[in-house]
Structure formats: C-alpha cells, structure tokens
Write a protein that binds this ligand. Sequence first.
Ligand SMILES: Cc1cc2nc3c(=O)[nH]c(=O)nc-3n(C[C@H](O)[C@H](O)[C@H](O)COP(=O)(O)OP(=O)(O)OC[C@H]3O[C@@H](n4cnc5c(N)ncnc54)[C@H](O)[C@@H]3O)c2cc1C
Length: 429
Amino acid sequence: MPQTTHPSHQRPCGWNNWLTARQPRPILRGHSHADVVIVGAGYTGFAAATAWQKARPEDRIKILEADQVGEGSPGRNSGFMLEIALANDARPEELGRMEKLNALSRKTMALLRERVEGLKIDCQLEHSGTYRAARSAIGQRALSQYEAFLKAAGLSYQTLNSSQLAERIGTRYYAQGIYSPDCYLVQPAALIVGLANSLAASIELHEHSPATQIVPDGKKWRVTTPEGEVVAERVVLANNAFSRAFGADSSRLTAIYTYAAITEPLAEPERQRIAATTWGLLPAHRLGCTLRTTADGRLMIRSCYSYEREADNARIENQLRASLEVRYPELAPVRFDKVWGGTTGLTYNGAPLWGEIQPGLYVSAGCNGGGIVKGTFLGDALARHAMGQPVENIASLFGKASWMPPDPVRRLGFYLTSEVERRKAKHET
Ligand SMILES: Cc1cc2nc3c(=O)[nH]c(=O)nc-3n(C[C@H](O)[C@H](O)[C@H](O)COP(=O)(O)OP(=O)(O)OC[C@H]3O[C@@H](n4cnc5c(N)ncnc54)[C@H](O)[C@@H]3O)c2cc1C
C-alpha cells in the first residue's frame, strides 16, 4: 500500500486557535529551482533551514509545509521542552552516553531560549521544571528506575509523597512523584509560528504546499506539490513519519497518533488550587497521560494512542474526560474547550532515523514524542552533514533505529503490546 504523503487532522489545533490569525506564506506555484528543499516546517525543518542559511547565506533555500504553520503537527504537542532524557529513554546502565545526550539537550535548549528571547517570540516559555508521578505498582517501578537514572547522573530532583504532590498540582490521585527542574514549558503553536515569522528573509517558506512526489532529475531531485514543482541539488526530509512516502526506511519508522484536550479556564477556587502556577506532569509509565496547566488557568491532558490512523476524536474525548475526572473529580463534568489529535514518528528502540538515504536526499525523523529539543538538534546536525561539515556521531549518541516487522505483524504487535501494557498500567492512563 502506498504511504500517505502528509497528515490531515480531524479537528483544528487547540493551541493555534488562541493565536492572532496570520497571513500564511504563499503556496508553491509553477516551476522553480533551489539549492536545498526542506520538506516540513517543524522544529527539525526550521533548525535545518537556519543552519543552512547561516553557513551558506547565498544559497536558495525553500521550505515546503503541507499545512499552515501552527496548525500542523509541531503546534499540536504538549509543549514540554526537556533538557534531559525522557523517562522511557533514560538508562542508568548507559550513563556515559546519556550524560552526553543531556549536555546536548541543555545546549540546544539554551540556544532555543536565546532565540525566543532575542526575537521576542511571545510563546509563554517558562522554566517550570516537570513532575513525574505514578499511582500503581507498575508506575512506581518506572518512577524508581527514573530516580535511579537521575541519581546516577548527578541531576537534581526532589521526591514527593502524595500530599506534597497534591499541594502543588491539586490532586491526591498519585501515590508518589518526582520533581525535576530540567524542563521548560511552552505554548507550542506560538513557538513554531514565532520561529516561522522570524526566519531569515532569504529562506522561502511555502505553506499549504505538501510535497506529493520526490523523484530524481539527473543528479538533482524534483519535488512536486499540487500546484508547483522545484528542482534542487539536495532535499532534506523533515516531515517525520511521512518521510516514508519519499524513501525513508519504513521498516524502522511508524506513525503514531496521540490526543490532547484543554479545558475552559478553570473557575476561581479551582484555578487557585490547581492552576495558580504553570506546571507540567509527564507520565512515569510510557502509556501514561501528560498533564499541564496553561498561563490562562486551563488544564490540559494528553493521552491515548492509535497506530497509523487518527482515531475517532469524539470517542477519544470521552476517554480523556474520564482520565481527567478520575484525577480531579471536583471538575466533573469536565467541559473541554478544544480536543485534537496529532501525529508523531516512532521507532522501536527510540533512536532517530537520520542521515543520507540516497545521494542528495536526507532524512531526520522519529523523535518518539520528544521532538521539540531533539528535533532542533538533529535538524541542525543534518543540515551540517548535508553541507559536508563535520558533525557529532549521531549513531553513537542516539543509537540506530532498529528494525520492525511489516504489517500486519507490526499492527498486531502494536495493539497487543499496548493492550497488555494498558491493562497493567490502567491507573496511569
Ligand atoms: C499530542 C502530542 C503531544 C506531544 N508532546 C510533546 C512534548 O510535550 N514535547 C515534545 O518535545 N514533543 C512532543 N510531541 C512530539 C513532537 O510534536 C514531535 O516530536 C516534534 O514536533 C517533531 O518535530 P519534527 O519537526 O521532527 O516533526 P513534526 O512536528 O511532525 O513536523 C513535521 C512537519 O512536516 C509537515 N509535513 C508532513 N508531510 C509533509 C509533506 N509531504 N510536505 C510538506 N510538509 C509535510 C507537517 O505538517 C509538519 O508541520 C508530541 C506530539 C503529539 C502529537
């Protein structure tokens, strides 16, 4: 079956809804040439374009974006910008490698923060730290493993019992938690729109211009969109799991959808108790749900997964409501202002798919749910690699994306594993 070339979503992105409407950049029309075409205006694509423009300011750089910036996948996430490894990726037994990754994440986060501050991007970036919390035995085991990693890596953290957590996040649902200061929270649509608005003038961004075909044209590549085409010496695929339609290895990369919902601003007593500060909570268990507050006193939840296709948002909305009400029964019946799905690229072992696929065709995909910071670093490194500059050894830092069986075995594996894990970790979802 041919791979889908770009995502389309059932519902608009909640975060983008609160931004002032902007004029999208022009659609790609007619025939044109470029030195490099970057497919995807996400964190990876913008980092690649910025690195390219800095090194070769004379080059003609085009970015193609399927959707409108802010409305696509990069604006749909939960806005956690981690300076250290995700709980699921953290391995105390590989401390040397993890410490290098943490140092890279910190450096990338510092550059992103400088960019946000320097360009005065109004995206509510806040150094809020993050909680991890668990209720069930399986969740608490995952939390202990994460604590072992934090301890071994010499990172600062605080353990919290149920009451201490309740004082900070307004629920006694969790049995225990950990607070780590190494995380920022952001309004993701505001961040990606701010980055788009502040691209160097010589970078041409085309919105509503999905790449639908990429084929060799002599020693170059021809990229076709519904209304135009561009021939370039190099093409960078920064469109995550949809890069598979253009030659990225589908035996190592899959598309997963996950879902988010945001309440109306909470009424004053609840707001004081739950959302007086901006805080974020990531699950200790990989199937668990994410929670956070927003600057205007709302509560957001992210949970549920589906394989390769977006699940019915109305059904998901009920599941998200149940998960939020079990944590905050006083808010029942929860009224969500916005509910939406988003897609992300997943590899089996969490390592990215990164590098040159064919002469002049490059990919960076598979950030496994943590792509704001990681994607920024990998996009920057990929551009440097494509320009022939020396780069960090990505495989030794991140590992290599491992092989997965094809469908129907992969689909079955996804559903069986997630069902078994979901049952075991039902109090975390
Ligand atoms: C609900 C949800 C919550 C998440 N929470 C977090 C979080 O808190 N922190 C975090 O770091 N990560 C989070 N993620 C993951 C994060 O969004 C991604 O890892 C990150 O956005 C990856 O960035 P990227 O630029 O590599 O790819 P993407 O963000 O997927 O961007 C790819 C871009 O390419 C475009 N595109 C696709 N196909 C084409 C095509 N054919 N032609 C042109 N354009 C195309 C897409 O429209 C998109 O704009 C979350 C994801 C979801 C869905």
